[in-house]
Ligand binder design. Structure first.
Ligand code: AMP
Ligand code: TRP
Length: 329
């Protein structure tokens, strides 16, 4: 069975974008792959987090993972900081990555161009920690949204360089980008990604939003003056985004939806999108409540970390031997 790995950074409440672009895919992949899914809590620290809020986000994230259908019996589910080998390998890989490579990372360049003053060194090197998160488990595939592809490509470059320098050590992973929904856009500014770190709350649907709040957000989503429901991301970014959301949730293809809403106004179409979203949120939230009431999160995380540590510690040991950090040469 091929192995697949991915992580989500819990730096805020999970969004509909996370669900469509990531979580929903992970759940499907459990059928055909050995899945390793972790909560990238160390990655959140690259930007200051209020400790109480972070802790709550971690708890909600793991509960939502389970509510979405990730099954701890089938998949390895754990918290990144519970497996210390990630950070150790991260440092080793940062010593095999050039600053020139990190300077080319889009997220870094964006922050730099915005004149961000409080950029931490952790933020700058985080792609090397992400490379460690991946390479330490030798996955075949890494499913990520479009925005993370560059980091997986860097991971491949670092792994190839490491293998050339020190001998075969890591499998070279392949990024997997979902076709529909790899980039759900903000409802209030459909030229930007829907993001949990977005200040503009109106543009983002959180998985724990009250269904009626989510409905309002969809109904007030920015559209255009064209007045035709059709897929044209350049001229009708808002409507195209709503089509993507509907299609991802209803599994009706975009061309079929366009036919279905031919000649209808945006109001009707938005109502149909809102119905799909509300159905999803109600279902997820009732499962989430049950999971919280069962008090199983610690146990799930501990047994996931145990499985992960066995794999990660073995890989770290091999790497340490390869690079001469041990005395047993
Ligand atoms: P993040 O929330 O940025 O840590 O992303 C976690 C995962 O969800 C990554 O695989 C992202 O690419 C995916 N993701 C986040 N936001 C979106 C979005 N708006 N549309 C699609 N996928 C997303
Ligand atoms: N950096 C990713 C994000 O911001 C999260 C992440 C951390 C990740 N480590 C990973 C994703 C390893 C895939 C594989 O979304």
């Amino acid at each position: 069975m091929k192995r697949m790995l991915s992580g989500i950074k819990p730096s805020g409440q999970l969004t509909l974008g996370n669900y469509i672009g990531a979580l929903r895919e992970f759940v499907k992949y459990q059928e055909d792959y050995e899945m390793i899914v972790f909560i990238a809590n160390l990655h959140t620290l690259t930007v200051y987090q209020d400790p109480k809020e972070l802790s709550k986000n971690l708890k909600d994230t793991i509960a939502l993972y389970l509510a979405c259908g990730l099954d701890p019996k089938r998949s390895t589910i754990f918290m990144q900081s519970d497996v210390m080998a990630h950070a150790q390998l991260g440092f080793i890989l940062s010593c095999n990555t050039y600053m020139g490579e990190l300077n080319r990372m889009t997220q870094y360049k964006d922050k730099l161009s915005k004149g961000e003053e409080s950029m931490t060194s952790g933020f700058y090197v985080y792609p090397t920690l992400m490379a460690a998160d991946i390479l330490i488990y030798d996955p075949d595939f890494v499913p990520v949204g479009e925005d993370q592809k560059q980091h997986v490509e860097l991971t491949r470059d670092v792994a190839i360089r490491f293998n050339n320098r020190y001998g075969e050590s890591f499998k070279i992973p392949t990024p997997l980008i979902p076709k529909v929904g790899s980039r759900i856009m903000s409802l209030s500014d459909p030229t930007k990604k829907m993001s949990k770190s977005d200040e503009a709350d109106k543009g983002c649907i959180y998985l724990l939003d009250k269904p009626e709040v989510a409905r309002k957000k969809i109904m007030s989503a920015v559209t255009d003056l064209v007045g035709v429901v059709q897929f044209d991301p350049i001229n009708q970014a808002g409507i195209s985004n709503l089509l993507t959301i509907h299609s991802a949730l209803s599994k009706v293809s975009i061309p079929d939806l366009v036919k279905q809403f031919e000649g209808q106004g945006y109001g009707n179409f938005k109502k149909a999108v809102a119905d799909e979203v509300v159905k999803l949120l109600s279902d997820l939230q009732s499962k989430y409540e049950v999971i919280l009431s069962q008090h199983i999160l610690e146990e799930v995380l501990e047994s996931g970390a145990k499985k992960a540590r066995i794999m990660a510690d073995a890989k770290l040991k091999l790497v340490e031997q390869k690079i001469g950090l041990t005395i047993d040469q």
